[in-house]
Design a protein around this ligand. Structure first.
Ligand code: DX5
Ligand code: ZN
Length: 224
């Protein structure tokens, strides 16, 4: 349905050289930059916010996919729009009024996405699927890079791909956490088309080469 794309996650990049790291991942075939925003409340880690997104905006033309792992997302959505974010996703588990948050993202001209933690069932979001540009399936518990892929995430991807077909929708299916050489083929075969990878792209110090190899493996698995 959609071609597979690689979304390098800057969480594992060298933050002192972000522009260079992003440029290298782009040369390796990354087409969207995944930006992990953590508040130390919803998840046990703190990362970055709109000022860094604004700097990234000047460093690349690629779309910026901001994954908000924060409480009170509604308060910050306008600031992410001003900073130049293109896609914004919010967690099912962190939004008291998910429908309102998704509308707010769209109202600010950005593409809305919803994120599910590993323990959250796909069925809970059926009613809002027509509103979203992408659904992000977390295949690790959010908060840190370099964790192991949780195998039952594959069932959730398959379920979501089935729902997409049944409902005649076109949202993208994004996967985040533990996407690496040994997991990418089954992830793609289950139906995911947006592949986030942090450690597998930036962890070994050669983002251009490692992004290229990962994308090649994904395309092969997709039969592209
Ligand atoms: C985790 C983040 C991920 C993280 C994935 O909470 O949402 O985007 O960067 O890292 P890897 O690819 O290393 O599992
Ligand atoms: Zn993420």
């Amino acid at each position: 349905m959609h071609r597979v794309e690689l979304l390098p996650s800057i969480l594992s990049a060298d933050f002192a050289h972000l522009a260079d790291q992003v440029a290298a991942a782009e040369r390796g075939g990354g087409t969207v930059i995944h930006v992990d925003v953590m508040d130390g409340h919803f998840v046990p880690n703190i990362t970055l916010g709109p000022p860094v997104v604004k700097s990234l905006r000047n460093a690349t033309k690629l779309p910026l996919d901001c994954h908000l792992m924060i409480e009170n997302a509604d308060e910050f959505i306008p600031a992410f729009a001003d900073a130049g974010a293109n896609w914004v996703s919010v967690h099912y588990e962190a939004c008291r009024h998910l429908h309102r948050s998704l509308e707010l993202i769209a109202h600010h001209g950005m593409k809305p996405g919803v994120v599910l933690n590993p323990a959250t069932r796909v069925n809970f979001i059926v009613d809002i699927l027509p509103m979203v540009h992408h659904v992000l399936i977390m295949s690790v518990n959010p908060g840190f890079g370099g964790q192991n892929f949780i195998p039952f995430s594959l069932d959730k991807i398959r379920r979501l791909a089935e729902l997409r077909q049944e409902l005649g929708l076109a949202f993208r299916i994004e996967v985040d956490g533990g996407v690496a050489h040994d997991t990418i083929a089954p992830i793609v075969q289950a139906g995911a088309d947006l592949l986030v990878a942090g450690n597998a792209v930036f962890g070994a110090g050669n983002p251009e080469h490692d992004a290229r190899a990962l994308l090649q493996a994904a395309r092969k698995a997709a039969g592209e």
